[in-house]
Design a protein around this ligand. Structure first.
Ligand SMILES: O=C(CO)[C@@H](O)[C@H](O)[C@H](O)[C@H](O)COP(=O)(O)O
Ligand SMILES: [Zn+2]
Length: 198
């Protein structure tokens, strides 16, 4: 019984990844271009999301500040999910919906990129962060699922929407993680050309 369920998880995840590749290659490539151009201009990437997506933000920032597969200088990426003092103060004194938007107000500058994760596309604190980012002339790379929700409707032509074609949060998150690695690889290739494994 449990083995059947495990097999089903693996099959569903593999099937989604294979099916989504064709749809997502283009927006992921656009996101690499947008991020590389921002980094090349001295701008930075701020990342926000809740729960599993908070972990995705930290995973991405770690690979940019540390490294992905190749040695290189640290790149400026900041997860807005890690400072418990800021998160608890803003959550307590204002509202949980403002825990990311206040940080975008504090750290975001024109030309920076907001990497916004939400599997539903409907998390209010991520939506508020996008509002502030757009007000500040930042670009947004949105990783969503379930049709993109309210986030999909907020984005402009200058932003990038990577929407996983699935309705199950766990499956969407699994494709988001693969996407993070594609973004890191794309940035390394833009910096150095070729591929570490060529
Ligand atoms: O990791 C998971 C589920 O796999 C959860 O922690 C999940 O991230 C949380 O329920 C989030 O609050 C969902 O928010 P969102 O993806 O809809 O923005
Ligand atoms: Zn999860």
């Amino acid at each position: 019984m449990i083995n059947q369920r495990i097999l089903a998880h693996f099959h569903e995840s593999a099937e989604l990844k294979a099916r989504a590749a064709a749809d997502l290659a283009e927006p992921i490539a656009a996101a690499v271009e947008l991020m590389f151009s921002a980094l090349s201009n001295g701008n930075k990437i701020l990342a926000c999301g809740n729960g599993g997506s908070a972990a995705d933000c930290q995973h991405f920032a770690a690979e940019l500040v540390g490294r992905f597969e190749r040695e290189r200088l640290p790149l400026p990426a900041l997860a807005l999910t890690t400072d418990t003092s800021i998160i608890t103060a803003v959550g307590n004194d204002y509202s949980y919906n403002e825990i990311f938007s206040k940080q975008v107000q504090a750290f975001g500058q024109a030309g920076d990129v907001l990497l916004a994760f939400s599997t539903s596309g409907n998390s209010a604190n991520v939506l508020a962060a996008i509002d502030v980012a757009l007000e500040r002339d930042m670009r947004v790379v949105a990783l969503t699922g379930k049709g993109g929700g309210a986030m999909g409707k907020k984005l402009t032509e200058a932003d990038v929407h990577i929407c996983v074609p699935h309705d199950r949060t766990a499956r969407i998150q699994e494709v988001h993680l693969l996407t993070i690695h594609c973004l890191c690889d794309g940035i390394d290739v833009a910096l150095f050309g070729g591929d570490a494994n060529d």
